[in-house]
Ligand binder design. Structure first.
Ligand code: PGA
Length: 253
């Protein structure tokens, strides 16, 4: 059975003290909550707080994740963080190809593919983001755009490698805007993604693939989005910055 994953993307928020407080609050809330056995929480703080988060992660419901990784192995790449470094901190997951990285830092599908390769070579599961911008949705091109991102970012992998990947569908017009895709819109794209993966890799890989929805997901809408047959969780931005909201979303299954 494929995993339900609720991943929190903190983006560039929180000082160290605030980050500790948020993790503390999450831990307290987790102790008081019975999460569905098949649900995994992933918390993706800024790089400097990863080690602190990984110290908390002995609880098996909770895993630290990074928000980015270098597409290079090691060496003279000032300011970059490698997959080997993340592995040495026992980081289990890493977001790749987030729309903010695509839009502000020129992350192309080819770079996404190289980052995915780095992560898999270091036993870290990539959470690969895809999604259309508003003009593409208005032009009816959403299926085409997502298909290109998935093919060019992922379809060079072997079936075994693909089994380690998590995909997040995040319509860019819904990120941080308060506008959420309707459950039907999310389901349409998620089913399309699963179908593409099925055609390329077969039933087993497609059935086991966790596909997360992201974009203004919050406690008030998580339940109906997660109820869709091809939605296996969420990649949560704003609502992951408050322990209560994030827990409420994790409990939405
Ligand atoms: P949001 O962000 O929940 O604040 O819309 C989601 C994301 O960017 O991953």
């Amino acid at each position: 059975m494929r995993k339900h994953i609720v991943a929190g993307n903190w983006k560039m928020n929180k000082t160290f003290e605030e980050a500790e407080e948020l993790i503390d609050n999450l831990m307290t809330a987790l102790e008081q909550t019975e999460l569905d056995k098949n649900t995994l929480m992933v918390v993706c703080p800024p790089f400097p707080y990863l080690e602190m988060c990984s110290e908390y992660s002995e609880d098996s419901y909770f895993m630290p994740g990074a928000q980015n990784v270098s597409d290079q192995e090691s060496g003279a790449y000032t300011g970059e963080v490698s997959a080997a470094m993340l592995q040495s901190l026992e980081i289990a997951y890493c977001i790749v190809g987030h729309s903010e990285r695509r839009a502000y830092y020129g992350e192309t599908d080819a770079i996404v593919a190289a980052k995915v390769n780095q992560l898999l070579a270091h036993d870290i599961r990539p959470i690969v983001c895809c999604g259309e911008v508003l003009e593409e949705r208005e032009a009816g091109k959403q299926l085409e755009v997502v298909e290109r991102q998935i093919r060019d970012g992922l379809f060079h992998l072997t079936a075994e490698q693909m089994g380690e990947v998590v995909i997040a569908y995040e319509p860019v017009w819904a990120i941080g805007t308060g506008k959420t895709a309707t459950p039907e819109q999310a389901q349409e794209i998620h089913a399309h993604i699963r179908n593409l993966v099925k055609k390329q890799y077969g039933d087993k890989v497609a059935d086991d693939l966790s596909i997360l929805y992201g974009g203004s997901c919050k406690p008030s809408n998580a339940r109906e989005i997660f109820a869709q047959p091809d939605v296996d969780g969420g990649l949560i931005g704003g609502a992951a910055l408050k322990a209560d909201d994030f827990m409420a979303i994790a409990k939405a299954f």
